[in-house]
Design a protein around this ligand. Structure first.
Ligand code: HEM
Length: 495
């Protein structure tokens, strides 16, 4: 009897492993490192953001732009090929995010980023008008005002041998997202609301730990770790903050009793994304909790991404003085020494736009996104079973020599209209594409451009000798040894 139980216990995991491989047999045509029975390729990916980043690049070199890995009970297909990406991203069926997104759910719940099916479709339709051109035009005020504070703060760095940009740009981006999403001036750049800032950072740090842990990612196991209570505390602070803002704003609105129509958005005063949700024609069906999950989604998606974009842009400009000179000449010609950057000026700074795009290619802020197949699917001739995880390796496609020769080279001219039109439409997808693309794409481009203009009007950035960023990725691409440049005041400083 004991022997029989022992044999069953010993054999069950191997039977599970055999059935698991059988399920994904059709994907054996896709190359990838050989999995270890039961463990799969968990050890091949690495346990740190840097190792993860380096190993993914290594696998792409070794196995090509579509490769396979078995991680825990998931078969992950990494896709850095534009034809595959087109079929996945343009589909209205394959829109469900992978199980990995569940780590975010305590904060963003089932907001736009993580929801699927009819809930996601209704919300997307509802939220799209909140990123209307007229609203974005108003947000320029926030980008400009917060940018002025940033430029002021950076003056203390002039002449130092090295400045890590990340802390400065991160607080700037937090101020921007809090004011545009919630309508609240947080003044984090001026040292206020430090509990909120610490909680957001703390939660993001623990998120990273869980992302790379084989067992902490499971809620039931995470509960027994020392990080759990701290995580709950951070989440409490964040949730309480946003839900209080939502409640307060709703009751203020009820008092105002002002009708705002969808046709002109009633633009008379500065509104936040939160106001747009409260005023949307669907608002009857949105509870405070519904709105809070969307506001938290904006907070999550909308600050670390733009921080990464601005930081890497300044690093690239420091490393390429000839590009920086061209950008500066364009700023002189279009914006001059004006303090307020307008929408028209942003449209006229075309070279800067190419630079920001090349930064997103070379240092893609969101390096991977994931979908999980809810049905069997044939993609580019390969049969993908239901439950396969599709890891859309955005950083990988941007480094793919097929679409971007000499991918290591920083060359904004890749985005000249004539060169862009020769390229596959899905070769450059930093904001994803198709139904589940980034809703904040225009917001992000304007935010990053205003900030870069303001900084470059005043300062010249140059490289720190011997410094090279140590890139790593989880949800966002980051440098783990700072993003270091040197600041110099421009001799023809614009006011
Ligand atoms: C450089 C800046 C940014 C980049 C590179 C970026 C990139 C992306 C990508 C790749 C996705 C797809 C995610 C996925 O499929 O899992 C996404 C989705 C999303 N982004 Fe962004 N993002 C940026 C800034 C922003 C900003 C500023 C906001 C809000 C103010 C925002 C809000 C969102 C939301 C709500 C979604 C989910 C959309 C949906 O699924 O319908 N993003 N973003």
């Amino acid at each position: 009897m004991f022997l029989a139980i022992a044999v069953i216990l010993f054999c069950t995991p191997f039977i599970w492993w055999f059935l698991f491989l059988q399920k994904y047999k059709s994907l054996s045509v896709i190359p990838g490192p050989r999995p270890i029975p039961l463990l799969g390729n968990a050890n091949d990916l690495g346990q740190t953001p840097q190792a993860f980043f380096n190993n993914c690049s290594k696998f792409m070199k070794e196995y090509g732009d579509v490769f396979r890995l078995y991680i825990a009970d998931e078969c992950k297909i990494f896709v850095a090929n534009a034809d595959f990406l087109e079929q996945i991203m343009s589909s209205n069926v394959h829109i469900t995010k992978s199980r990995g997104y569940s780590l975010l759910k305590k904060f963003v719940n089932y907001g736009l980023l993580t929801s699927t099916g009819s809930k996601w479709k209704t919300r997307r339709k509802m939220i799209t008008p909140t990123f209307h051109f007229k609203i974005l035009d108003q947000f320029l005020e926030v980008f400009n005002a917060s940018g002025d504070i940033l430029v002021d703060k950076l003056s203390q760095e002039v002449g130092k041998p090295s400045t890590d940009l990340y802390p400065y740009i991160n607080l700037f981006s937090l101020d921007v997202i809090c004011e545009t999403a919630m309508g609240v001036k947080m003044s984090t750049q001026e040292g206020e609301n430090s509990e909120f800032v610490d909680s957001l950072r703390g939660w993001l740090d623990i998120f990273m730990v869980r992302f790379f842990s084989a067992w902490k990612r499971y809620d039931s196991l995470f509960k027994i770790t020392s990080e759990h209570s701290l995580n709950e505390h951070y989440l409490n602070v964040l949730q309480k903050y946003s839900s209080t803002v939502v409640e307060r704003r709703r009751s203020e609105k009820a008092q105002e009793k002002k009708e705002v129509t969808d046709s002109d958005f009633g633009i008379k005063r500065k509104v936040a994304l939160l106001d747009m949700l409260l005023e949307s024609e669907y608002n009857q069906s949105l509870t405070n909790d519904d709105i809070t999950e969307e506001i938290n989604t904006f907070m999550f998606e909308g600050h670390d991404t733009t921080t990464s974009g601005i930081c890497f842009a300044l690093l690239a400009l420091a490393d390429h003085p000839e590009v920086q000179d061209r950008v500066y000449e364009e700023i002189e010609a279009t914006v001059g020494d004006e303090k307020y950057v307008t929408m028209k000026q942003l449209q006229d700074t075309r070279y800067l736009e190419m630079v920001v795009k090349e930064v997103q290619r070379k240092y893609s802020a969101v390096p991977i996104v994931e979908r999980q197949l809810e049905v069997d699917a044939k993609i580019c001739g390969v049969d993908f079973p239901k439950d396969t995880t599709l890891t859309l390796y955005l950083y990988g496609v941007h480094q793919n020599e097929k679409y971007f020769p000499e991918p290591e080279k920083f060359d904004p001219d890749r985005f000249l209209p004539e060169r862009q039109s020769e390229r596959h439409n899905y070769a450059f997808v930093p904001f994803s594409a198709g139904a589940r693309n980034c809703i904040g794409q225009k917001f992000a481009m304007l935010d990053m451009k205003v900030t870069l203009i303001k900084i470059l009007q005043k300062y010249k950035v140059s490289p720190v000798p011997g410094y090279k960023p140590e890139l790593g990725m989880a949800a966002i691409l980051k440098s783990y040894n700072g993003i270091n440049v040197r600041f110099q005041r421009r001799s023809h400083e614009m006011k």
